[in-house]
Design a protein around this ligand. Structure first.
Ligand code: ZN
Length: 71
């Protein structure tokens, strides 16, 4: 996830943070093939990441970044 809001590659304006969720009100997640513990198949629970969505206010282009923890 970028430190500052990205710029639209077409309009060169700053993109705005927006929430992305389904019509049922569920927020969208990325599901990784990797297990949460880093051990494939141990618990059968895959790593999940929330998404951070940026939308261009000019043309509506959206970018979604997985909220990957890099510490
Ligand atoms: Zn744009």
């Amino acid at each position: 996830m970028p430190e500052t809001a990205p710029r639209c590659p077409d309009c060169a304006v700053t993109m705005e943070v927006m929430k992305l969720q389904t019509g049922g009100g569920y927020h969208v997640q990325f599901i990784s093939d990797e297990n949460e513990e880093g051990l494939l198949g141990k618990l059968g629970v895959n790593q999940r990441y929330d998404g951070q969505t940026y939308v261009c206010p000019e043309c509506g282009l959206a970018r979604i970044y997985a909220d990957i923890d890099e510490d």
